[in-house]
Design a protein. Structure first.
Length: 336
């Protein structure tokens, strides 16, 4: 009898311990305003934790307005944030010196010009000086953080695209996603590709997909990239928008007065993150609202409408289904 009682208590303890043991993941987002508008990382955290109640998701971001993976890598040295678990103060100080050297240049360095020539994209050097100054400040803050012992081992690194996916896996976004994937691999971090779709986002009702050729080219390039780096997940926003637009839609994925994703676009993207990460649909989730973070003087979104949009059940289900279907479609066409 005593043995049975002890055995029961032991089982009860193990069950109790298992029930309170929480899983936790750390995700770092790298990008620009397509990441920090609507506070997308927090939306991803919200939908992840609803769908996986036992999971704790910690999110942070390293973002510079209008910038891409190339400039994160070669100008702003965002590697320091990716390597937060292992980098030394001396290494960060070296990055700060290099940033100041770049800021002192009167014209773009040769490697900068070469990248844009290779990719066929527009260079846009005129705003770089200010952003380099911001990057130096961020690096200095990182030193303070490291000295305080506030290090993080990232589990996942989100690599955001922005008008830089070209028809060449060795140029533009794909070229630098490969470089970042190597940095991530050295740190034991898995990569998530977040493929935005500024070209496809409509600000008015449409009867057919916008710039379908661009979307198709981007998906082809990303499939080639997937073959090379084997990411944990791909979030192909353009494919989701295209599928919704095919039969015509009144849903608007961009603001009329602001070339940024709308609340609808952010809701679609965050649901796509869940579908891509877990290979599961979000249909049935309670998550149903997105709030714009850049407001006008009256606290409205860029269109002058309420900043917070609560999606009705029909729209929520449509977007949830579109998110999952687009991820499945992308994965079925490749090897992820």
């Amino acid at each position: 009898m005593r043995k049975s009682k002890l055995h029961f208590i032991g089982i009860l303890f193990l069950v109790s311990f298992a029930s309170v043991e929480a899983k936790e993941i750390n995700i770092l987002f790298m990008g620009n305003s397509f990441t920090f508008r609507h506070n997308l990382p927090e939306l991803v955290k919200q939908v992840f934790e609803e769908g996986q109640p036992e999971l704790t998701v910690n999110v942070e971001r390293v973002v510079y307005g209008g910038q891409d993976l190339f400039r994160h890598h070669d100008l702003y040295f965002s590697e320091s944030m990716v390597r937060l678990n292992s980098i030394t103060v001396a290494e960060v100080e070296t990055y700060i010196e290099r940033i100041h050297s770049l800021k002192a240049m009167k014209q773009a360095p040769d490697f900068y010009t070469a990248y844009f020539k290779r990719s066929g994209l527009k260079p846009g050097w005129n705003r770089i000086g200010k952003i380099l100054g911001d990057a130096a400040k961020q690096q200095q803050k990182l030193i303070t953080r490291i000295e305080a012992g506030d290090r993080v081992k990232w589990d996942y690194l989100v690599l955001q695209s922005y008008k830089d996916v070209v028809d060449n896996v060795d140029a533009g976004y794909a070229e630098y996603a490969q470089k970042w994937a190597k940095v991530a691999e050295q740190e034991g971090i898995k990569v998530i590709l977040y493929i935005t779709a500024p070209h496809a986002q409509n600000s008015a009702p449409v009867s057919e997909p916008l710039e379908l050729t661009q979307t198709e080219m981007e998906m082809e390039t990303i499939h080639k990239l997937v073959e090379r780096i084997k990411p944990h997940a791909v979030v192909p926003v353009g494919l989701g928008i295209k599928n919704i637009q095919e039969d015509g839609t009144d849903l608007k994925f961009r603001y009329r007065k602001d070339a940024h994703p709308s609340q609808t676009s952010a809701f679609l993207a965050s649901n796509m993150f869940y579908a891509a990460f877990f290979k599961e649909s979000t249909e049935g989730f309670k998550y149903n609202a997105v709030t714009e973070t850049k407001l006008d003087g009256q606290g409205k979104d860029p269109n002058g409408d309420p900043a917070r949009v609560v999606f009705d059940d029909a729209t929520k289900i449509l977007l949830q289904k579109a998110a999952y279907d687009a991820v499945i479609e992308f994965n079925a066409a490749g090897s992820i």
